[in-house]
Design a protein around this ligand. Structure first.
Ligand SMILES: Nc1ncnc2c1ncn2[C@@H]1O[C@H](COP(=O)(O)OP(=O)(O)OP(=O)(O)O)[C@@H](O)[C@H]1O
Length: 540
């Protein structure tokens, strides 16, 4: 049953009628109806694999629906490809940006815009148009900067500018805040509100119910390929939305007993790292993690957390200069060279921050990815005697436990939705009960039901006496899970706090490189337009 929201402002900008789409046996979208009134922000939520990205990809011309009809501004339209969608005034900002890394901002903006709407513009006209848009929408970015030199937040600005340059009236954003700092997310929301107020229509896919409640006018809920409800945001609540999505009650907080920390599992002393560009990414890290505790590293992305996780996981950037000491259960670990496999066998599990680059081999089957790095574990036999069916059975069990959907171990990793890919990596590392779990952005792109499960498993590991190092840009996640919080800024640990005594403001200051303990209250307050992201050393 689909309740349709009344138009909050104006008639429908988008109307989808009976859209269906299958990928082989998987029915990704089933008979979907959706109305998005003009001049509104419309949230789309649903569990991983519910069909949100597929539906938006149909609207943007990436996929053709098997059946159904699309109306834009009340007129039926056959969206054959993205060029048709762009001509119909639709812009899309993907989770993984579609920018050419070694091109400038300006080149990226005009790339592909030379169709009928905007005849090949002169570079100087394009430059002044870009300047106008950037200042009108508070999306300042250097037109001559190369994309590869921009932080993730600024790359996203370029994507939005690109859509505006192409005169988009409808903007679709797929999990736009997953890679942003809290300040960048606030800025983005200000921009989106501004766009809405001037009559543009925005569709926002997100797993964060806080964002839905804060910024949307209406919200539609998808479950297992179907549209199960569309409601006005003001008339619903996070609890109701969570239930609609998952079909059961979901715990929105983490329930955990006090930690009983034991002997140190990981000891890091004076760890320094200089990358191949000569930039010092880690400037002397001292850190202990004991058995039975979760230490959370808070910080704006790009302040050394990635390098710390990579070094501890055994694959530092090739050619980087390392110095310092790392001990696992009192034994020194070699600093140089890549020995990720040896570390896994020594009891270090590692969920890297970027699942697509470091966590998975996208063309390999799910079961191979679940075994990845552990296929030579003693229980699976050795060499010619390697027991493939045991590896497969083990993978299937882990996929079932983490509710990976669809539960088909033969599918390539790339065929799973983003959140399900993440579940595959987390299942692989957590289910081996490592003595030390290194876990980066564990719930990025993951739905609330799966977040609840992943958080529970992390706490169970801790309660079984394991040590956990959690890196997350989500302060809520750090506060909910950590027994101790260390804040990283510019390659250093700025300070440590216990979660009970930490306030968001206090942590925010440390994340911006200000220590409230040594700064007077006025000095400690970041200026109103402070942008912790600007301290970050770029996209990682
Ligand atoms: N190109 C593809 N080939 C095969 N199956 C696909 C493909 N794209 C999506 N699917 C399947 O379609 C279903 C819906 O996926 P979709 O990416 O739309 O979900 P989603 O709601 O966006 O999930 P998430 O929140 O995890 O991003 C999933 O079961 C997915 O495995």
């Amino acid at each position: 049953m689909t309740a349709r929201p009344e138009a909050v402002k104006g008639g429908p900008a988008i109307e989808l009628r009976g859209i269906s789409k299958a990928f082989g046996p998987v029915q990704a979208n089933k008979d979907i109806d959706l109305i998005v009134p003009r001049g509104t922000i419309h949230g789309i939520i649903g569990e991983n694999g519910a069909g949100k990205s597929t539906l938006m990809s149909i609207l943007y011309g990436f996929y053709r629906p098997d059946s159904g009809e699309i109306l834009i501004g009340g007129k039926p339209i056959a969206i054959q490809d993205s060029q048709t969608a762009i001509r119909a005034g639709i812009g899309m900002v993907f989770q993984h940006f579609k920018l050419v890394q070694n091109f400038s901002v300006l080149e990226n903006i005009i790339l592909g815009a030379e169709d009928g709407r905007l005849l090949r513009p002169s570079l100087s006209r394009a430059r002044s148009e870009l300047k106008r848009l950037a200042s009108e929408y508070e999306l300042q970015v250097d037109p001559d900067a190369l994309i590869e030199d921009l932080s993730v937040g600024h790359q996203q600005r370029v994507e939005i500018l690109k859509a505006l340059y192409r005169q988009a009236d409808i903007l679709i954003l797929d999990e736009p805040t997953g890679v942003l700092t809290p300040a960048e997310a606030d800025h983005l929301f200000r921009i989106l509100r501004g766009l809405r107020d001037e009559g543009k229509t925005i569709i926002l896919i997100t797993h964060k119910l806080r964002e839905i409640m804060e910024i949307t006018d209406n919200v539609s809920v998808m479950r297992r390929g179907e549209m199960v409800a569309s409601v006005k945001t003001a008339e619903t609540s996070p609890t109701e939305l969570a239930e609609l999505m998952v079909g059961r009650k979901v715990l929105l907080t983490v329930d955990k007993p006090p930690a009983r920390a034991g002997a140190p599992v990981l000891e890091v002393r004076g760890l320094r790292m200089t990358d191949t560009d000569g930039i010092e990414r880690l400037r002397g890290i001292d850190l202990d993690i004991r058995a039975g505790e979760i230490v959370g590293i808070a910080g704006v992305a790009g302040n050394g957390q990635t390098q710390l996780l990579e070094i501890l996981g055994g694959y530092p950037e090739p050619g980087a200069k390392l110095d310092g000491e790392i001990r696992l259960r009192g034994e020194p670990l070699p600093l140089t060279g890549s020995d990720a496999r040896a570390r896994r066998h020594a009891g270090i599990g590692h969920v890297p921050e970027d699942r697509q680059v470091e966590g998975l081999i996208m063309d390999f089957a799910a079961w191979e990815n679940v075994a990845f790095g552990y296929h030579d574990a003693p229980e699976f036999g050795q060499g010619m005697l390697m027991d493939q069916s045991a590896i497969r059975a083990d993978a299937i069990r882990k996929m079932e436990r983490f509710d990976v959907r669809p539960p088909n171990p033969e599918l390539a990793a790339k065929s799973f939705s983003g959140g399900n890919q993440q579940k595959i990596v987390v299942a692989r590392e957590v289910e081996r009960n490592p003595d030390l779990l290194l876990i980066g952005q564990p719930t990025r792109g993951v739905d609330i039901g799966a977040i609840e499960f992943i958080h529970k498993r992390i706490v169970e590991l801790r309660d079984a006496g394991k040590a956990v190092l959690l890196v997350s840009v989500e302060l809520d996640e750090i506060l909910a899970l950590s027994d101790r919080i260390a804040v990283m800024f510019d390659g250093r640990i700025m300070g440590e706090r216990l979660p009970d005594e930490a306030t968001t403001a206090d942590l925010g200051c440390l994340m911006a490189g200000i220590d409230p303990a040594t700064t007077s209250p006025e000095d400690a307050l970041p200026p109103a337009d402070a942008h912790p992201g600007s301290h970050a050393r770029g996209a990682e």
